[in-house]
Design a protein around this ligand. Structure first.
Ligand code: ATP
Ligand code: MG
Ligand code: MG
Ligand code: MG
Length: 482
């Protein structure tokens, strides 16, 4: 089954169960100071769960664009190294606002996975909250009993508070959850494991696909838990992981969600995917990052020097550097992948199709700008590495990381990544100190500025400063959802 059909089937399935389909909210969060990017399907329903807003429908379903690169959920370091954590991914979800609860949520999840998608029942495991004494919480017997009706008991795993109890924040709605995991190891490998029912959940082919959260408590500010007057269901399933399971692949990147991108990159670079591990990581990082960058720009967030904009710039520069070092791209290449984003995701997310040329132009400008300093920055870093090695030292000093940041546009996490590749570490505190010094310096300078005109130093060659025009254009091209 193709990815597009898999997504459609999810929505159809829940529509048949009287759910209302709601489009994805933007990936960039503009009205919540506690969150920069949407990181779960439930974000757009937060107010309904908090009781601040009357839900428009008792049951909804959607496919939400999520980004997990900052704050509580930051998967950036995993991306490309493993085969199932992405920066940007789609989270399929179904919700009940005070309507159905555990019984239906569990039965429907199972029905969809096994009967509609035809996943092998023997490969599925579920987890149930085991309880927590410190919080006076007993095990989620209700969920356990519903699961027991459909899954052999040895496939129900008890999970701790860390994995199986969800909380919105310090206070507010919370409750136990049940996760569904799938064991995608080849048959031969599974048979070699004695007592296969005690599956090793940490194996890279045993992955979590769906999380069913049952909100039934409210955490008060004194830490105590009260029963919620209305109980809710909030589920989230990683679409790319589901597609991988259905298409029976050993990596999300081998599904039709990513393979057109890998193919295009192979053609452009002349290198093959699947030959060398380090090159493969570069391939995976780039085809992952281009999605995050494109979707975020489509939602109105341009790369910039602070906050959400800097997160995007960091991701983009990370991709450029992977392409430069491991795939041999010395000129802009990412922007050319925008056509594929539009082709593959334009139906469900029309904003990427409508703004294709704009997205591609922004990426091109960013890439060009960073490529102008990347080579010199890397040479400078090589020099530092040689110096450190001659002294037998292993830590890149804060001043050097700051110089790379300030003069060559290297985000700290990029320098840190390159350092790790050479088995070096980085003095982050030293970097922060340099950053503070610079801020104080520029504050002092701006206090002295008297005239109307500030001269921009043209010699740094680091910052692309053509965004006024682009930014204006971005406001004109309004984002639309259907
Ligand atoms: P994991 O333990 O694998 O990091 P999670 O427990 O952090 O996942 P949840 O917050 O429960 O994930 O999100 C619901 C679902 O979203 C997960 O079951 C998984 O299928 C998917 N998911 C979570 N993080 C990612 C990611 N970075 N990339 C792709 N899918 C993800
Ligand atoms: Mg996680
Ligand atoms: Mg998990
Ligand atoms: Mg989870």
């Amino acid at each position: 089954m193709e990815a597009k059909k898999i997504r459609r089937t999810f929505i159809d399935f829940f529509e048949k169960k009287k759910h209302h389909y709601v489009p994805s909210s933007p990936i960039v969060v503009k009205n919540d100071p506690t969150l920069m990017f949407t990181n779960a399907g439930m974000n757009q329903f937060k107010d309904a769960f908090l009781g601040n807003e009357e839900p428009k429908f008792p049951r909804v379903a959607n496919s939400q664009k999520c980004l997990r690169v900052s704050g509580k959920h930051n998967d950036l370091e995993e991306v490309g190294v493993d085969t199932y954590h992405h920066t940007m991914f789609e989270m399929l979800g179904n919700w009940s606002f005070g309507d159905y609860f555990k019984k239906e949520a569990i039965a429907w999840a199972w029905e969809l996975l096994t009967e509609v998608y035809g996943l092998d029942k023997d490969r599925l495991y579920v987890s149930v909250f085991e309880g927590d004494e410190s919080d006076n919480l007993s095990m989620d017997k209700e969920a356990f009993d519903f699961w027991k009706e459909i899954v052999p008991e040895e496939r129900i795993i008890m999970g701790s508070k860390k994995d199986n109890f969800w909380e919105m924040g310090e206070t507010g709605p919370c409750g136990p959850c049940s996760e569904i995991h799938i064991d995608l190891r080849p048959d031969e490998e599974r048979e070699q494991v004695p007592g296969n029912e005690l599956v090793n959940m940490d194996h890279e082919q045993v992955i979590e696909i769906w999380n069913l959260v049952f909100m039934q408590f409210n955490r008060l500010s004194d830490g105590s838990l009260k029963n919620l007057p209305a109980r809710h269901v909030d589920t989230g399933m990683g679409f790319e992981r589901l597609v991988r399971a259905i298409q029976n692949k050993s990596s999300n990147y081998d599904t039709d969600l990513f393979s057109p991108f890998l193919k295009a990159l192979e053609e452009k670079s002349g290198k093959k995917y699947g030959v060398d591990e380090q090159t493969d990581i570069a391939f995976r990082v780039i085809v992952d990052h281009i999605r995050a960058i494109s979707f975020t720009i489509a939602d109105g967030q341009l790369p910039s020097n602070n906050k959400a904009g800097y997160v995007i710039r960091r991701i983009l520069r990370r991709a450029v550097r992977y392409g430069y070092t491991f795939l041999g791209f010395t000129s802009p290449f990412l922007y050319e992948l925008c056509d594929l984003i539009s082709e593959n995701f334009g139906d469900i997310f029309p904003e990427v199709r409508l703004q294709k040329d704009f997205i591609s132009k922004v990426i091109f400008e960013e890439e060009s700008s960073f490529l102008r300093t990347l080579d010199n920055g890397l040479k400078r870093l090589d020099q530092i590495k040689a110096e450190l090695s001659s002294k037998g030292e292993k830590v890149i000093p804060g001043e050097v990381a700051f110089e790379l940041y300030d003069t060559f546009g290297f985000p700290l996490d990029l320098t840190s990544l390159i350092a790790r590749e050479s088995r070096l570490s980085l003095d982050e505190k030293g970097f922060e100190k340099e950053m503070e010094i610079q801020k104080t310096r520029s504050r002092a300078a701006s206090e002295q500025e008297m005239g109307d005109w500030v001269s921009l130093r043209p010699d740094t060659g680091v910052e692309f400063i053509g965004y006024d025009f682009l930014e204006a254009k971005c406001h004109i091209i309004k984002y639309r959802t259907v």
